[in-house]
Write a protein that binds this ligand. Structure first.
Ligand code: AMP
Length: 424
């Protein structure tokens, strides 16, 4: 099967050729003809399957063909693509730029965390395709810079993550602003009940397209695991990174704090590293990402949300510094390597408290993760019993209170001790 067989038009074929896309991926093969027929789509596809092109190519084609006669007029928004993270929005827009480079399609991307002036300027000349994160989109609609009245094709991307990130109210608001008569494409990596319910409020008589359900991790990814003790994780990571085969690594940390700490530790070992997470500014995140993509960083440490949707060409290695307690998150994480038929390697580091999570993951992916034996720091501790966990949580609570009490005391000391005089 070729893109030509799917009915893709010449200017787009030329662009795909330049990107060296030899044949459509499974989701592209199934979705492109359906979208071209103007049908709604309920797509269940994980990242790395070529999902972006599966919706972007037919959207560009439809607009190119239908609007041809209006060429020269100021473009109006014909397609709105809403996606949860800024990184993903930027990536989708970059893909559209590449696929549409031999068409007259105008496109723009808007996302929060940066000043709006440049984005507003790009909208002023008119665009056919707008890629947006929900918050900034609603903001610019409120300010009167964007109207959705002209939208013909609406795409909701990564719907499951969108709900995880608490965007449900924003999506409901958006749906009220979109024309009722429209084509809608809905994509989600997982399809739990709440997602199916949401999709039914958006789609009408959709064609269901499912490629490799979440439980089947990409076959090209080899998965390994080290069992170790919690205090040894740091040293084990340094041991793993001694292997020169690991040229570039995307490393996952559950928390922002953890991500910063890992980055600090690796820096001390003279490993080039940066961390991205929600507390970093948009510019810091973009810089870290482009440094990593350009090969100037060996390790990029990321939290799940920050890493979602990041597409790094030819990334082979992913390390899980901790084991996610939601098995699907593991699948998303390792899906960052081995994208589009490249082979990938995922290495996980597991402390005793996470042993049970590994069992959940293995149940979901229906295979055993290979345990690595070259482990200088093998796991010897046992997971805590329920009683020990309770005790530990109490102790954590006590330490937290002590920390805040000390901070308050030191603040008061700095303030001269006299609340009455403050501000005089
Ligand atoms: P996505 O799932 O949309 O994030 O795409 C994953 C990666 O696959 C991106 O780097 C795309 O550029 C690449 N890709 C998408 N479609 C194809 C194709 N037909 N042939 C080769 N690479 C592709």
């Amino acid at each position: 099967m070729t893109f030509e067989d799917l009915g893709v038009i010449e200017p787009i074929l030329k662009a795909l050729d330049a990107k060296n896309y030899k044949e459509p991926t499974q989701i592209q093969e199934r979705a492109i003809p359906v979208v071209l027929k103007r049908r709604d789509v309920l797509g269940s596809a994980q990242t790395g399957t070529g999902k972006t092109a599966a919706f972007a190519i037919p959207i560009i084609q439809l607009i190119h063909q239908i609007e041809k006669k209006q060429q020269g007029n100021r473009p109006v928004i014909r397609s709105l693509i809403v996606t949860p993270t800024r990184e993903l929005a930027i990536q989708i827009d970059e893909n559209i730029r590449d696929y549409a480079k031999h068409t007259f399609i105008k496109h723009a991307v808007i996302f929060g965390g940066v000043k709006q002036s440049k984005q507003v300027a790009s909208l002023k000349n008119g665009v056919h395709i707008l890629v947006a994160t929900p918050g900034r989109l609603l903001d610019l609609i409120d300010q009167g810079y964007i109207s959705l009245d002209t939208v013909k094709i609406f795409v909701l991307d990564e719907a499951d993550r969108m709900l995880d990130m608490g965007f449900i109210h924003d999506i409901k608001k958006l749906l009220k602003l979109l024309p009722e008569k429209r084509q809608s494409l809905f994509f989600s990596a997982t399809m739990p009940n709440n997602i199916v319910k949401l999709s039914s409020t958006i789609l009408s008589n959709p064609q269901k397209i499912e490629v490799s359900p979440t439980s089947s991790t990409a076959e090209t990814i080899q998965q390994f695991i080290y069992y170790t003790n919690r205090p040894d994780k740091k040293q084990l990571l340094v041991h793993i990174l001694k292997d020169p085969e690991l040229k570039q690594v995307l490393l996952f940390s559950r928390t922002k704090h953890g991500a910063d700490r890992i980055a600090r530790d690796l820096k001390k070992k003279r490993i080039s590293v940066a961390a991205i997470h929600g507390d970093k500014s948009q510019n810091q995140r973009q810089r870290a990402l482009s440094d990593f993509k350009d090969g100037n960083l060996r390790v990029l440490v990321a939290t799940d949300i920050a890493a979602r949707g990041i597409d790094i060409d030819k990334l082979r290695h992913v390390i899980n510094y901790d084991i996610p307690n939601i098995a699907e998150t593991y699948v998303h994480r390792i899906g960052r390597s081995g994208r589009a038929k490249e082979d990938g390697i995922a290495i996980s580091i597991c402390e005793p408290e996470e042993n049970a999570y590994v069992r959940d993951i293995e149940r979901l992916i229906k295979k055993k993760i290979t345990v690595l034996s070259d482990n200088p720091f093998p796991q010897t501790d046992k997971p805590m019993t329920e009683a020990e966990k309770k005790e530990w949580n109490k102790e954590k609570q006590r330490r937290k209170q002590e920390f805040f009490a000390q901070r308050k005391a030191s603040k008061q000391r700095r303030g001269g001790g006299g609340g009455k005089w403050r501000g005089r």
